[in-house]
Design a protein around this ligand. Structure first.
Ligand SMILES: [Zn+2]
Length: 460
């Protein structure tokens, strides 16, 4: 591979390092060589250094690249926004549409999802097993330069919606080779995980077998996981106090396991997650839009207080509907203030940590990304402060979390490569892609017979 050009981010207005001291460096420069950060310091200290490319960052606030811990990237871009608010849970249609995707459709919708993710600053996402055709999508991952944590979604029990279902041994026999084939590809930007759908749709044997594979391959496992009074009652009939304690009793929990959503857990379940070093990916916008009752069921402050590493997710383009992690971290910062009637809940700095270092640690990539420090991979976001929403600028964290959104992302760097440059990406022709995905969505709806009124208002 040809040597990557070195980079200098020069004289940034602020660099939000998320380093161990959480330094925010004014008038700062960053040097990047061979895909890694080599120096972070005051511009004056680094004035004598140069690089193949120098980016004048005087108008920028620089942050670590963002991680998205739960982001179904397959079907939904083709049919985004089709579910009216009064239609109730769309899950049955979601999986019907997803299972009907062709290879070509999935490649195009994934590429569109990646464009949206990168342009709003996400450099690394977990696709919780939505992608059916990773061979076809590899080109999108390679061309775009994004980091992808992927897996093959499996289940071996009845589900209320159509899921990929196998026998436990078939599911285990698929996952092992999947991890072997994909883990570590694209210079380590691809990682392959084990991805049982949920405890309710997978037997204990399957869950144990997949955890063993994740451990053997030194990779991770993620599954959908919620609790609540009704779920606890159901599990108590089978002898476990709660869904979370059931997972512990079968040996599933541990530092390489990411529980997705995690709504409705009680104090004993939080202890169980903390004690085992298990991590979480929470989707604040999905929870709010889905009317999940964060006031009653959200336990993000308690998880963080116990030291649990939590990432944020956007879930799917038909759940949160957007893929903008800046909007998700805004929701994380504000929804607990409202739910608990307490402004001290989830300060802006904490919200930013969830999308950077803490989130990266939750996903097992915290040694490589999530903060701007020498030795780490060069994953950075440059926010353009020459926009009205960034005025006036005294506290860059508050401005980022409460004023801005991903639309002020000007430049994105992944692995030392500039993948969004002055608001533009160069790996795909966007207008052609948009037209293609619109056409694919129309065909997909016609083919599956999934149909909803286009609007509650007349379209004339
Ligand atoms: Zn999910």
């Amino acid at each position: 591979m040809a040597a990557m050009p070195s980079l200098k981010i020069d004289n940034a207005r602020y660099v939000v390092t998320v380093d161990p001291q959480r330094r925010i460096v004014r008038d700062a420069s960053i040097l990047i060589d061979n895909g890694r950060i080599t120096r972070v310091g005051k511009a004056a200290e680094l004035a004598g250094t140069s690089a193949d490319r120098v980016i004048d960052a005087r108008q920028f606030v620089v942050t670590p690249g963002f991680v998205n811990g739960h982001m179904h990237i397959s079907y939904a871009h083709a049919v985004r926004g089709i579910f009216p608010d009064d239609a109730g849970s769309p899950l049955n249609h979601v999986f019907t549409l997803q299972l009907a995707m062709t290879e070509e459709e999935e490649y195009a919708t994934s590429l569109l999802g990646i464009v949206e993710l990168l342009k709003s600053g996400t450099v690394c996402f977990v696709d919780p097993g939505s992608t059916k055709f990773p061979d076809a999508c590899l080109q999108a991952y390679e061309d775009s330069g994004i980091r992808v944590l992927m897996g093959d979604c499996v289940s071996d029990r009845d589900a209320p919606f159509p899921l990929p279902r196998y026998s436990a041994s078939e599911a285990i026999d698929r996952t092992g080779p999947f991890i072997k084939k994909w883990h570590g590809r694209l210079n380590g930007r691809l990682r392959a995980w084990a991805m049982p759908f949920s405890a309710e749709t997978c037997s204990a044997d399957l869950l144990r077998g997949l955890k063993r594979l994740a451990d053997e391959h030194r990779t991770s496992l993620t599954l959908h996981h919620n609790s609540g009074a009704k779920a606890r009652q159901d599990y108590q009939k089978q002898g476990a106090p709660s869904p979370t304690q059931y997972l512990e009793s079968i040996g599933l929990l541990g530092p390489n396991v990411v529980l997705a959503h995690v709504l409705g857990i009680d104090a004993a379940e939080i202890d169980c997650i903390a004690r085992t070093g298990t991590t979480a990916a929470m989707c604040p916008v999905t929870a709010a839009k889905g009317g999940r009752g964060v006031g009653e069921h959200g336990r993000l402050p308690e998880l963080l207080a116990k030291g649990v590493k939590v990432a944020l997710g956007c879930d799917s383009p038909n759940n949160s509907n957007h893929l903008d992690i800046v909007r998700a971290l805004n929701m994380a910062a504000i929804q607990y203030k409202d739910a608990r009637q307490d402004m001290k809940q989830i300060p802006a700095e904490t919200a930013l940590e969830l999308a950077t270092l803490t989130g990266a640690q939750a996903l097992g990539v915290g040694d490589e990304i999530g903060s701007l420090e020498p030795g780490k991979k060069a994953d950075l976001v440059l926010f353009d402060t020459q926009r009205p929403e960034w005025q006036t600028l005294f506290n860059p964290i508050n401005n980022l979390v409460y004023n801005a959104d991903g639309r002020s992302v000007h430049t994105v760097i992944v692995d030392g490569r500039v993948v969004v440059d002055a608001y533009r990406q160069s790996f795909v022709d966007e207008s052609r892609l948009f037209a293609r995905v619109q056409e694919m969505g129309e065909k997909l709806l016609a083919r599956t017979g999934v149909s909803f009124p286009r609007s509650r208002w007349p379209i004339v």
